[in-house]
Ligand binder design. Structure first.
Ligand code: PLP
Length: 428
């Protein structure tokens, strides 16, 4: 896939077919036509995912019963679990955590490790989302462990494996590291970060925040040796109201909140929500459907179809990213537009998810976001006055940025439209 340095667009027919599967792709039902380029804050919804959720939610039955409907609900949840653990993450073992949010799932994993594993320190990075960063700091303080922070390489926007490994010793319990930056879209070199970390401490627990990465990429948790990874369905074509995480067998068995009669590896607590499992399965079915498009093997596994579907998404997004940065004979790209700065602009697009941070000389970020909205483009400003962004922005040498986060269902024409609007804003 890395051979396609500038990506590869899906063919027009497939793109037209998949676009019909999404709700409010190019207009808001109340405010009219708009380009939705804020998928990092919550992605465009797959209609089927919301439809199936409603269909199941309309039924009153309790899944913890033995009648037919209850059995159906249990099958839906079993399928959801299998889809997430096995099809999405490539796991052959491990458990699933469900919480209200991805942040809660992260806190649950961090607490299980820091409160129960013997050792003296834990490591994270200075570009983590607050849910990952604060959870490590909070449980370190509470348990008298040393809280260590690896710094991102300011020149590249990536966390170097050595920067992490330098902070790990024999008494380190945990490393928590983000899969891709929610400001620049840079995809961390998890494989080499984990290798370098484990070279210092073989049985280190490793957690990954994949909330921004999974809608744009894949992770094979067993191959690279991750103990826990979270994601948020609302950023991945489905609904708000649930955060999921994979936990490895050994992490799943550490003490955590659960009913005493349940097995050690169970993390779910209280009434389960079949509708939200079905909603996530619909997303995974959709990616597998994409993967089945030019697949010739009728017995291909769902995991392989998922990987092929994600490959189509990755390559299409990379081609759109290239167009956004480089432009065409119609209009110059962001890299070449007068007064536009592309921040953390790493040249190798194979190491970037489809998130771009920009500024326009002399323009205030909040005002710029409003100007974009007036011209029918939804984007978001990240500024260092926000608790969510301050540390992360400053870590890569910024005070603010407009974050542009389109999605794989967008087209070249929509990218061009965005570029024309940006050029108008530069002039205004
Ligand atoms: C990288 C990253 N991690 C975690 C989160 C938290 O997700 P949630 O709000 O579902 O807890 C976000 C939300 O924006 C995020 O961008």
């Amino acid at each position: 896939m890395d051979d396609y340095k500038h990506g590869m667009l899906m063919d027009d027919e497939l793109l037209a077919e998949l676009r019909k599967k999404f709700a409010f792709l190019d207009y808001d039902p109340d405010y009219g036509e708009r380009l939705f380029f804020d998928n990092s804050g919550g992605s465009i919804r797959l209609k089927e995912s919301i439809k199936v959720r409603e269909k199941i939610d309309l039924l009153p039955d309790c899944p913890e019963r033995y009648h037919q409907r209850a059995n159906d609900f249990n099958q839906i949840m079993e399928k959801g679990k299998h889809d997430i653990l096995n099809v999405m993450f490539g796991a052959k073992s491990g458990s699933l955590i469900t919480e209200l949010t991805a942040s809660q799932a992260m806190f649950a994993m961090v607490s299980a490790v820091i409160e129960n594993v013997n050792g003296e320190s834990a490591v994270t990075t200075n570009i983590e989302h607050p849910s990952a960063y604060d959870s490590v700091e909070f449980y370190c303080k509470k348990n008298n462990k040393e809280f260590r922070v690896a710094e991102v390489n300011k020149d590249t926007g990536f966390v170097d494996p050595e920067a992490v490994a330098d902070l790990i010793d024999d008494n380190t319990i945990l490393l928590s590291v983000i899969a891709s930056s929610n400001i620049s879209g840079n995809i961390m070199d998890l494989e080499n970060i984990i290798k370098a970390a484990r070279a210092k401490k073989t049985d280190l627990y490793i957690l990954v925040d994949a909330v921004q990465h999974l809608p744009h990429g894949t992770l094979d948790v067993e191959r690279i040796g991750i103990d826990g990874v979270n994601f948020a369905p609302y950023k991945f074509m489905a609904s708000r109201g649930i955060g999921f995480a994979y936990v490895s067998d050994r992490l799943s068995k550490l003490p955590h909140n659960k009913l005493i009669a349940k097995e050690d590896s169970v993390w779910e607590l209280g009434s389960p929500t079949p509708a939200l499992f079905a909603s996530m399965s619909a997303v995974i079915d959709y990616v597998c459907w994409l993967g089945s498009k030019d697949n010739k093997d009728p017995n291909e596994s769902r995991r392989k179809l998922y990987l092929k579907g994600m490959e189509k998404i990755i390559l299409h997004e990379r081609a759109l990213l290239y167009r956004m940065l480089e432009g065409s004979e119609k209009i110059e790209g962001l890299r070449h537009m007068d007064k536009v700065q592309v921040f953390a602009d790493y040249p190798d697009l194979t190491k970037r998810d489809f998130i771009v941070a920009i500024g326009i000389d002399g323009k205030d970020y909040e005002q710029l976001r409003k100007d974009y909205q007036e011209k029918g483009v939804t984007v978001y400003e990240r500024v260092n006055t926000s608790v969510y962004s301050k540390r992360i922005l400053e870590a890569i040498g910024l005070t603010g940025a407009i974050r542009i986060s389109p999605f794989h269902c967008h087209t070249i024409d929509e990218i061009d439209k965005f570029l024309f609007i940006t050029k108008e804003l530069v002039k205004s």
